[in-house]
Design a protein around this ligand. Structure first.
Ligand SMILES: Cc1cc2nc3c(=O)[nH]c(=O)nc-3n(C[C@H](O)[C@H](O)[C@H](O)COP(=O)(O)OP(=O)(O)OC[C@H]3O[C@@H](n4cnc5c(N)ncnc54)[C@H](O)[C@@H]3O)c2cc1C
Length: 299
């Protein structure tokens, strides 16, 4: 039996039924979420999780949606957003920062830099939230957020716990945090003059603007760079994919590892383009391109 509004009266935050996820992803792609919830605080979140698990319903946590390709048929079960202010708090003590996982990365960067704290400049121009950055171990070009993390507070099942460095694993665009619900993280930064931090942020942003396609809806790099080999964009380009399109989805002219939504792209279009690229790259270079993008929902 479908869940009705009155069944969820215990939730304090906002609930939307059949909410189009395309409005919550930077790709502007994705069908409806059966139940899209903005819990108002941690207690509310726990109630949602308890209900979902108790009713054997799916739970998917969405951050800024900047790494997601969501299927056109959407996501069944609960999609949980951390947009409520209680998940975006920031507390700075000396060179240590405790931030909520709903905090936007650009806000984190703005606030820490204005306090004369450096160490996160490489995050400049990376969209999304702290939660998404931790799960993805976001970074550029050779530093990543995992380098600064001291501990993460999260929920596994219905149990709240704190993982210190020894319980955390970060590797290239990956962590052992996927599947948990992340609440906050403690980051160790470094004292630095404000003007130096701001200059580095600006310079990184300029470099990114020159090389990456930031002007179209997309999710950044689609594929991981194959280890020890040439970067993904180079092998994709060498197979003649630059500018190639399927429906509304196209390989960016500016960065061959970016697929962009030129307007009206569906998840099926993007999947078809991904498949074509993977097949041709394997045929011509014997390289298996693995996805950096997170695919979720029903296609
Ligand atoms: C123009 C552009 C440029 C980009 N450049 C870079 C770059 O240089 N380097 C880079 O690393 N990435 C880059 N990205 C990709 C993306 O911005 C990062 O991967 C980002 O960290 C994803 O964060 P998000 O909040 O949007 O996560 P989402 O896309 O919403 O989710 C990603 C994953 O994290 C999970 N998640 C999110 N929040 C939580 C939480 N609180 N608890 C549990 N799980 C959670 C989701 O379930 C999902 O599995 C770029 C993207 C774009 C669009």
């Amino acid at each position: 039996m479908p869940v009705r509004e009155e069944d969820l009266k215990f939730i304090k935050g906002t609930i939307k039924f059949e909410e189009p996820i395309s409005g919550h992803t930077t790709f502007k792609i994705g069908g409806p979420a059966e139940i899209f919830v903005y819990p108002s605080d941690e207690e509310d979140l726990l109630r949602v999780l308890e209900y979902a698990y108790g009713h054997k319903m799916g739970v998917f946590v969405i951050g800024g949606g900047s790494k997601l390709l969501v299927g056109d048929k959407g996501i069944r079960g609960f999609v949980i957003s951390f947009s409520a202010p209680s998940f975006g708090k920031l507390n700075i003590e000396g060179d240590t920062v405790v931030a909520g996982c709903g905090l936007k990365v650009n806000e984190l960067l703005k606030k820490t830099s204005s306090e004369g704290l450096g160490g996160l400049e490489f995050l400049s121009g990376i969209p999304g939230t702290l939660g998404g950055a931790l799960v993805m171990n976001a970074g550029w070009p050779n530093r990543a957020i995992g380098d600064c993390v001291e501990e993460v507070t999260l929920i596994r099942g219905l149990e709240k716990m704190v993982l210190g460095r020894s319980g955390l694993t970060f590797s290239y665009r990956s962590s052992n945090l996927e599947g948990s619900v992340l609440l906050s993280a403690k980051l160790k930064l470094e004292k630095k003059p404000v003007d130096r931090v701001e200059a580095e942020i600006k310079s990184n942003l300029e470099k990114k603007r020159k090389t990456q396609d930031l002007g179209h809806p997309g999710i950044g790099s689609i594929f991981l760079n194959p280890s020890g080999k040439v970067p993904a964009w180079r092998v994709i380009e060498s197979c003649g994919f630059r500018g190639k399109s399927v429906g509304g989805a196209a390989v960016s002219e500016k960065h061959a590892n970016f697929i962009i939504n030129r307007g009206g792209a569906t998840a099926v279009d993007v999947r078809a383009l991904i498949d074509e690229i993977q097949k041709k790259v394997f045929k011509e270079h014997q390289i298996v391109l693995k996805l950096e993008a997170k695919l979720t929902g029903d296609f």
